[in-house]
Design a protein around this ligand. Structure first.
Ligand code: GLA
Length: 386
């Protein structure tokens, strides 16, 4: 995120609201390397921030109005809300996310008022790259500084998650928001979703002759929201039946006995969560040992688990993974909630173009438009940029 981005957003702010903002902040989207559908089980994940981000320019207002403008908002680009009237269900469309953050801060008893807010985003929406978390976190860091809240990063992530759960009505875990506020450039983030402890793990792709491609299938299946909630409910039911606070409290050693105590439909869910948490540990060990290429087989194994056990994949993400691996990718998997969205593929730098072309060909043969290709470069988390 450059001074140019900050300048462009300042200019947008001036055009819409007049005058200058008090500051400009950015919060990134993410890909998750491994540790999928583990966060709401209090488990582990290993996301990294993308260069693509939401940029926000903001200035406090003394009259209790929240004037929001999104460069991506189209015909509904502007929303004017009274801060004291914010309530779940009271806001529609994209404005639910920034308004939800202001509501969530007030729910925490924090004395925050109105603001003029101008938003612009380079995070593709609906691609499983956490564009909504980036939007929430950009507003959260801006408000934290504007209103002198002095909140710790995990608290900001919790407030942003609260906005998404209670205000936008999406029952997500905390990974996307933690990634957006806590990631560091050149690193992946080892996240413990129970304690919210994080560890920065060096992830030097270029230094090892590697690239991480993001293949956005540009499909999002209608069942996605309901299916996510159903999977989450299934995990919570399994934990209750096993007498555990969360599936995080089951490890590989206890898994075989635990599976005999569960109804058949919960067995594959639990197997995914337990093996996935273990894969996060293995991935972190490989990165810490300076072997990022060893991530490849773990990615492909994780995808098979999401596809066969967890049922969170779909034909398009399966096709992208299979085609990437067949074309020489070291490994590939769906990333994010699933049922569409994006696949990540770890490739040798010199083979990136061939892998992308092979995936495009496989999609053409299946009568589908080629995925959009981005490159994932481990980037910094939310911060002030102007
Ligand atoms: C979505 C949710 C996250 C997480 C992932 C799956 O991205 O927002 O909280 O549950 O799905 O790992």
């Amino acid at each position: 995120m450059t001074a140019d981005a900050a300048g462009a957003v300042r200019e947008g702010f001036r055009r819409v609201h007049g005058g200058s903002p008090e500051g400009v902040w950015a919060a990134p989207g993410r890909v998750n390397l491994i540790g999928e559908h583990t966060d709401y089980n209090d488990g582990f994940a290993l996301p990294m921030a993308l260069p693509q981000a939401v940029v926000v320019a903001a200035r406090r207002r003394g009259d209790g109005l929240l004037r929001l403008h999104s460069a991506q908002g189209g015909a509904a680009a502007t929303a004017v809300l009274r801060v004291e009237d914010l309530a779940p269900g009271a806001t529609e469309g994209w404005a639910r996310y920034p308004a939800g953050v202001v509501w969530a801060l007030r729910e925490r008893g924090l004395a925050v008022g109105g603001a003029d807010v101008y938003l612009d985003s380079t995070v593709p929406a609906g691609a499983g790259l956490s564009s909504s978390a980036a939007l929430e976190c950009a507003v959260a860091v801006a408000y934290d500084e504007l209103y002198g809240l002095g909140m710790a990063r995990p608290e900001l992530a919790r407030a942003a998650q609260h906005a998404e759960n209670a205000y936008a009505g999406v029952p997500c875990g905390v990974m996307d928001q933690m990634a957006s506020v806590c990631c560091a450039g050149g690193h992946a983030l080892h996240l413990d979703s129970r304690s919210l402890e994080v560890r920065q793990v060096p992830f030097d792709l270029a230094g090892h002759g590697l690239r991480l491609l993001v293949l956005d299938t540009r499909v999002k299946h209608d069942l996605a929201d309901g299916a996510y909630a159903a999977l989450r409910a299934g995990c919570e039911r399994a934990a209750r039946l096993l007498g555990l606070p969360a599936l995080r409290d089951l490890d590989g050693a206890g898994l075989p006995a635990a599976l005999t105590r569960l109804p058949g439909e919960l067995v594959p869910l639990v197997r995914h969560v337990v093996t996935e948490n273990a894969r996060v540990g293995r991935a972190v060990a490989e990165l810490a040992a300076g072997r990022p290429e060893a991530l490849g087989p773990l990615l492909t194994e994780g995808h098979a688990s999401l596809r066969d056990d967890y049922g969170a994949s779909c034909a398009e993400t399966d096709l992208a993974v299979a085609a990437a691996v067949a074309a020489g990718a070291l490994g590939a998997r769906m990333t994010g909630g699933g049922f569409g969205g994006s696949v990540i593929a770890l490739v040798r730098a010199g083979e990136a173009a061939d892998v992308a072309a092979a995936v495009a060909e496989a999609f053409a043969a299946a009568g589908r438009a080629a995925p959009a290709v981005l490159e994932a470069v481990p980037s910094p988390g939310a911060r002030r940029i102007g």
